[in-house]
Design a protein around this ligand. Structure first.
Ligand code: HH2
Length: 279
C-alpha cells in the first residue's frame, strides 16, 4: 500500500511512524516546548533519526477548550519550520490544520500532506486545494470546534457513524479529481469522543481498515489513556504503546505519536509478529 503525496509515493508496507511537531504554546502534552523555530527543527530531525517516516507540523492546538488561532499566526509559527525542514530532510512533511489558507501556504513551502482535522466542520475550499496541488490528504473525523467538541459526543453506533463520514468524504474528494491513493483516513481519537467511544473505536479498528484506505491512528498520550490508567499527559507512555501495538495489529498504516523512538520499536516489534516479511 502507498500514499501518493505530490511527486512522492510513501510506502506503507510497514506501518509508518508520524512524528508530532507542535509549534504551539498550548498543545495538550507538549505545549510551548517547540515554539522556537530552531528548537522545533532540531526536534523534527531528532524524530527522523529515531525512525519517523513523516513529520506532522501543527501551529494550532485542537485540544478540547483550546483558543482558536488566526491563520496569520498559524502561518507565522509553521512556515519557517517547514521551509527549513524541506532543506534538511527528505522525510515528507504534513501540515496539521483546519484552514485551507494555511494548507495552501504550507504546500507552497514544501509540505506534501494535509492533515485536515476539521472533520464535519469542513471548509469546502480545502478540497479544491487538495485536488489542484496533488497533495495527499488525511481525512480525520471530528465534530464542532475545540470549544464545542466535548458536548458533541451523542452518536448512535460510534463506529458506524465515523465510518459513514470517512466514506462520504473520501467519495467527495474523488468526485472532484483527488486520486484514491492520495487519501488516508483517521477516526479521530478524542475528537468529540468520550473515553468509552475512543476505546470502542480502537476495539473495532478493523472496520475503518475495511474501507480500503490507509488508516492513521492518533492515540498518543490521549485522555482516554489517562482515563483508564488515571495518569496525566506526561505519564501515558505504556498506555500509548499498547494502543499503537493494537492499532498496528488491526491494520493501522500510520501511527501519529509524540514518543517516536519508543513507538518505532513498538511498530517494529508488532510487525515482526504479524507481518514478518515487512519487519
Ligand atoms: N490529534 C491531535 C492533533 N492532530 N491529527 C490526526 N490526523 N489525528 C489525531 O488523532 C490528531 C491530529 C491532537 O494531538 P496533539 O497534536 O498532540 O495536541 P494539540 O492538538 O493540543 O496540539
Amino acid at each position: 500500500m502507498i500514499l501518493r503525496a505530490r511527486d512522492v509515493s510513501i510506502v506503507l508496507d510497514r506501518p509508518v511512524v508520524m512524528g508530532i511537531l507542535n509549534v504551539t504554546p498550548d498543545s495538550f502534552s507538549d505545549g510551548g516546548l517547540w515554539l522556537d523555530p530552531q528548537r522545533a527543527i532540531d526536534h523534527a530531525l531528532e524524530m527522523v533519526a529515531d525512525g519517523a517516516g513523516i513529520i506532522d507540523v501543527g501551529g494550532e492546538s485542537t485540544r478540547p477548550g483550546a483558543e482558536p488561532v488566526p491563520a496569520e499566526e498559524e502561518l507565522r509559527r509553521v512556515l519557517p519550520v517547514i521551509e527549513n525542514l524541506v532543506r534538511e530532510t527528505d522525510v515528507p512533511l504534513s501540515i496539521d490544520t483546519r484552514k485551507p489558507s494555511v494548507a495552501e501556504a504550507a504546500i507552497d513551502a514544501g509540505a506534501t500532506i494535509v492533515n485536515d482535522t476539521s472533520g464535519e466542520q469542513l471548509d469546502p475550499d480545502m478540497d479544491k486545494i487538495i485536488a489542484s496541488t496533488g497533495a495527499a490528504i488525511i481525512i480525520m473525523h471530528s465534530r464542532g470546534t475545540p470549544a464545542t467538541m466535548r458536548e458533541l459526543t451523542q452518536y448512535g453506533d460510534i463506529v458506524a457513524n465515523v465510518v459513514a463520514f470517512l466514506q462520504r468524504r473520501a467519495d467527495e474528494l474523488q468526485s472532484i479529481g483527488v486520486a484514491r491513493d492520495a487519501i488516508a483516513i483517521d477516526p479521530g481519537f478524542g475528537f468529540a469522543k468520550d473515553a468509552g467511544q475512543s476505546l470502542t473505536m480502537l476495539r473495532r479498528f478493523e472496520e475503518f481498515v475495511a474501507l480500503g484506505y490507509p488508516v492513521l491512528a492518533g492515540t498518543s498520550r490521549k485522555s482516554f489513556i489517562g482515563a483508564v490508567l488515571d495518569t496525566n499527559e506526561a505519564d501515558r507512555l505504556e498506555g500509548t504503546a499498547v494502543t499503537v501495538g493494537l492499532a498496528v495489529a488491526k491494520g493501522a498504516r500510520i501511527v501519529r505519536v509524540h514518543d517516536v523512538r519508543e513507538m518505532s520499536r513498538v511498530v517494529r516489534m508488532a510487525t515482526a509478529v504479524i507481518d514478518p516479511d515487512n519487519a
